[in-house]
Design a binder for this molecule. Structure first.
Ligand code: NDG
Length: 372
């Protein structure tokens, strides 16, 4: 018997060219942006599917978003097939078109929907537990960038303009302070000071780019560790959440991955003293990343990696605080001060990373020397 969610979503699912009949639809995953459901079909051999309501407040041009995803997924799938990979469908997302051949469906309430084939027998982790997981994460994102390194970054739409551009994030932040929509500025003076004290230092990557020292690449731009699916043996199988694949700099992906991997606590940890750096996991991620990416990286890009490690938690802090100041309009929250708690956790992470900056730079140099 179909469950309640199945009854609610079946009319939407019916627009898509899935195999079999959807019999069970349940909420799935822990994303902050889209709503995700798992669809089980009546076919014993599968496949099952993933239904997503795309957050169209965040992704204003869904057409462009889905064009990017199709381009990237097809490109990777062709490469996998060219490498004689038997399980190409298990290693890259496959969007399922509607019966009209479109990549998404817009309902009468202006909700945007899409379906992917569900990649079975995999897991993801919010917090990295082992060296092997960290190394596999590095391999997965390095390989992802490597496979896209022969596409022209300008063929990919910038679905959220200036998404990881720190100058633009700081402008939005100042705007939020000036507007003070939720009357919260007084409560967060010390966090605001912390951000302002570091503004100049955090320009390194943009400065390198302005001098053409690092090239624009196609990057994932949301390399949280839980966006890598690992198989039963904890081997990386597939990179997911391709919504923010856009032109960017490799240090952004490296920095955002390290933001979640090096932190021994959750992104929104309330007990700040639990936020400690796990250096062996940093080393392992770096090893895995360079293993798969060293062949296309320029020396200046390798040099920029730790600048990304400093920048991404700082930028995430700014984004959470901006949302808090705006009255929580962007991220899903689970309690009224959630964005503030996230801000403080990211701030502590920045402090910890700053203390270890030289060590991190030495470790990247050491790992990179293996390939000289
Ligand atoms: C979401 C964000 C990502 C951010 C993360 C923090 C978008 C589209 O939440 O940028 O780093 O947990 O804003 N995605 O995934």
């Amino acid at each position: 018997m179909p469950n309640n969610k199945a009854a609610e979503f079946l009319p939407i699912v019916n627009f898509f060219a899935i195999k079999g009949k959807a019999v069970d639809i349940e909420p799935f995953g822990s994303g902050h942006i889209n709503d995700t459901y798992r669809i089980c079909t009546d076919l014993e051999e599968g496949p099952n599917y993933m239904l997503q309501r795309i957050n169209n407040h965040v992704f204003k041009n869904v057409e462009h978003l889905m064009q990017n995803i199709a381009l990237v997924c097809n490109h990777i799938k062709h490469k996998l097939i060219g490498q004689n990979e038997k399980d190409a469908e298990g290693k890259v997302l496959t969007p399922v078109p509607t019966k009209n051949g479109d990549l998404f469906f817009k309902d009468e309430r202006n909700n945007y929907w899409r379906i992917f084939i569900l990649i079975e027998n995999t897991k993801s982790y919010d917090i990295v537990e082992t060296i092997q997981q960290a190394r596999e994460g590095g391999r997965a994102f390095g390989n992802f960038q490597a496979m896209l390194s022969d596409l022209n970054p300008l063929d990919v739409h910038e679905v959220i303009p200036n998404f990881l551009n720190i100058a633009s994030r700081l402008r939005d932040f100042r705007d939020a302070i000036n507007k003070n929509m939720a009357s919260r500025v007084d409560e967060v003076r010390s966090e605001i000071d912390f951000i302002q004290e570091r503004e100049n230092k955090m320009n390194t990557i943009l400065n390198m780019a302005a001098k053409s020292q690092i090239p624009l690449r196609i990057t994932h731009n949301d390399t949280k560790f839980n966006n890598v699916l690992l198989n039963k043996e904890d081997k990386a199988q597939c990179v997911i959440d391709l919504d923010t694949v856009m032109p960017g700099y490799v240090a952004y992906d490296f920095g955002d991955a390290i933001r979640t991997i090096i932190n021994s606590a959750a992104e929104d940890e309330a007990d700040l003293d639990r936020i400690k750096l796990n250096i062996p996991l940093f080393e392992a991620y770096t090893k895995g990343y360079l293993e798969t990416a060293h062949h296309f990286l320029y020396p200046m890009e390798i040099k920029s990696l730790v600048d990304g490690v400093l920048l991404l938690p700082y930028m995430q802090m700014i984004r959470f605080l901006t949302d808090y100041l705006n009255g929580d309009t962007y991220y899903k929250i689970s309690h009224p001060t959630h964005n503030l708690q996230r801000t403080k956790a990211q701030m502590r992470l920045v402090i910890e990373i700053e203390k270890h900056e030289e060590l991190l730079r030495d470790l990247v140099k050491r790992e990179a020397n293996v390939y000289l």
